[in-house]
Design a protein around this ligand. Sequence first.
Ligand code: NAD
Length: 273
Amino acid sequence: MECELSQLKVGFVGAGNMAYAVAEGLLKSGDISADNVTVSAPSDRNLPRFQALGARVSHSNTEVACASRLLFIAVKPHLVPTVLGQISPHVTRQHVVVSVAAGVTLATLEELLPDGVGVVRLMPNLPCVLQEGALLLARGSGAGPGVESLLKRLLAPCGLVEAGPEGWIDAHTGMSGSGVAFVYLFAEALADGGVKMGIPAALAQRIAAQTLLGAGLMLRDCGKPASVLRAEVCTPGGTTIHGLHALEKGGVRAAVMSAVEAATERARELGRK
Ligand SMILES: NC(=O)c1ccc[n+]([C@@H]2O[C@H](COP(=O)([O-])OP(=O)(O)OC[C@H]3O[C@@H](n4cnc5c(N)ncnc54)[C@H](O)[C@@H]3O)[C@@H](O)[C@H]2O)c1
């Protein structure tokens, strides 16, 4: 992908939440010019917000493929073969194709595109919309280390961007892509606990959100593992250890591990379809 970044043409096939989060991040990097970004979706429903970013929009996936060199595939997993079938005749070795579709393997992407095209799997998560995502990418054999560096640079405004072997992508999907929803479920339960103990619901929800935010920031920024931070909250014989005992009796640790395992297995299953 030999060109000045300010000239790099970027395309998105699919105009949903993930495409928007990634597009916004790319533009925040300051390296990509909005009028070099093109986005396609079959209906107008999601397109105005991309126009508001300054991107060009289209109903034609092939138009986007022809207009871009860095091409994100951001449709639901079952639609990936259809859209790659449409764009494949227009994709060349000058393209890099980045799929965010859960489960869809590098081998499938390579099989559906012309020989030698650089392909990458990227698994973002919803907090990318607030520049606090956790993204993991894995590149196929046609995409060199330069592609990895480029994507890390362009996606940095979306949050933490790491690279790894493809075998980690489905696990990251379970732990972080889906994991965001597990945390929301915990937030609901925490607020419900507050309501049960007499706090008004709206206030309980705000307190739950701030509790998760504060705990998350400490985990990220204090340099201490979760187990140490947890121990610091526990006064011997105090309130927290009694609450933790109740959680452990409820099997919460095993339940969360099983949730990551189930979501990972589902990603693998989607990849086999
Ligand atoms: N939502 C998440 O938290 C999340 C996280 C990580 C990865 N993903 C992956 O991102 C992908 C997109 O998910 P999303 O949540 O953005 O979905 P979404 O439903 O918000 O967006 C899908 C988009 O695809 C468009 N589309 C449908 N058919 C199309 C076609 N034939 N050609 C072009 N566009 C078409 C739709 O109009 C829509 O704009 C999925 O493959 C999913 O696995 C989602």
